[in-house]
Design a binder for this molecule. Structure first.
Ligand code: NAD
Ligand code: UDP
Length: 338
């Protein structure tokens, strides 16, 4: 059992990971500036885990607040989810992305160094591989960033490698997520982006509920089986469990480690539409639209390193991903109506 600080803890992946970590006996403190989440989630988290979760409202760039949180809660390790994550927005607002993601990480590292907390799990992304030169993508694939968001992730990964090289006490895992989707099985928490979603799964859900009339499928002329883009969609609870095993690994190993969290399987956009229709019992109207700038045709992981190092492997199916997303959206609709 450890005492964990979870930055970005009220966000999508942070909240699901907080549940998984809490259920396995870890004590968690959530830390978030609520720029892309909302404190009402604390109630849902309390219902799921059966007790109140500690929450500190704050920005990761507030080094003093981080130091006092780390010391007053006697934190053993940090999981760093906080940051901005929209690729398109990062091209328009690069300064915000570097400020939140890079400056935020520097502030966190300064606070951790001061408080002598030297175990960190960092939310990285498959975006650090850029355009795949081969598939499946393993951790030895070259890294290159093609937009400010990706560059911010890569900068932080590199900074973390430097820190681990400078001081042998650090224990750092950079988890490179593929495409996290789905929701906790209770349906009480899930992905709830504000405004029109950028990503496929929340968009699909909003078309199925009738909030948006139809889905645009970005391109049907890719060199894939059905011409639409292929991604490695991974259930957010599988991803959450990867963080538990990463912490176990770090409790036995020092140094810097980059590990993919993906299923190793790719599904196309049309596969996703079909699976979502099956899970929801609703039709998902769609039209074929031009390719979206910056999209790659196919991206999926080699999950071997996660299996060997962390003893982790994704267990949930595509149907689980769609069914849990649908359950979350139905619960949300009921709670909005009541
Ligand atoms: P999210 O936006 O739901 O959660 C991020 C949380 O961080 C939000 O609650 C937000 O309020 C908070 N936050 C942002 N800037 C902050 C700051 N400066 N100080 C304190 N809190 C701050 O996003 P998510 O999908 O849960 O992503 C979590 C992490 O995983 C991010 O670092 C993201 O880049 C990474 N990631 C996400 C995906 C994905 O598809 N969701 C894929 C790869 C990597
Ligand atoms: N996609 C789509 N319509 C949408 C959103 C996404 O066809 O409204 C496609 C997109 O082109 C890509 C796949 O779905 O092939 C996954 O996109 P997403 O934005 O979810 O993830 P990422 O691009 O980060 O892999």
């Amino acid at each position: 059992m450890s005492r964990l600080l979870i930055t970005g803890g009220t966000g999508y992946i942070g909240s699901h990971s907080a549940v998984a970590l809490s259920k396995t006996g870890h004590q968690v403190v959530l830390y978030d500036n609520l720029s892309n989440s909302n404190r009402t989630i604390l109630q849902s988290l309390g219902l799921i885990v059966g007790h109140h979760m500690s929450f500190v409202e704050g920005d990761v760039r507030d080094t003093k607040l981080l130091i006092s949180t780390l010391t007053s809660h006697n934190i053993d390790a940090v999981i760093h989810f906080a940051g901005l994550k929209a690729v398109g927005e990062s091209v328009e607002k690069p300064v915000d992305y570097y400020a939140n993601n890079v400056q935020g990480a520097i502030s966190l590292l300064q606070a951790m160094q001061f408080a002598q907390v030297k175990t960190l799990v960092f939310s990285s992304s498959a975006t650090v591989y850029g355009e795949p030169r081969y598939l499946p993508l393993n951790e030895s694939h070259s890294t290159i960033a093609t937009n400010p968001y990706g560059r911010s992730k890569l900068h932080v990964e590199e900074m973390l490698a430097d820190i681990a090289a400078s001081d042998a006490d650090w224990r750092i895992a950079c988890l490179r997520y593929f495409n996290p989707v789905g929701a906790h099985e209770s349906g009480l928490i899930g992905e709830n982006p504000s405004g029109i979603p950028n990503n496929l799964m929340p968009y699909l859900a909003q078309v199925a509920t009738g909030q948006i009339p139809e889905l645009s499928v970005f391109g049907d002329d890719y060199p894939t089986t059905d011409g639409t883009g292929v991604r490695d969609f991974i259930h957010v609870m599988d991803l959450a469990e990867g963080h538990i095993l990463a912490l176990t690994y770090l409790s036995r190993n020092t140094g810097w480690h980059a590990v993919n969290l993906g299923t190793g399987k790719g599904y196309s956009v049309l596969d996703m539409i079909q699976a979502f229709e099956k899970a929801s019992g609703r039709q998902v109207p769609y039209k074929i639209a031009p390719r979206r700038a910056g999209d790659v045709a196919i991206c999926y992981s080699d999950p071997k390193k996660a299996s060997e190092l962390l003893k982790w492997r994704a267990a949930r199916t595509l149907d689980d991903m769609c069914a849990s997303t649908w359950r979350f959206h139905q619960f949300r609709r009921l709670s909005v109506e009541s």
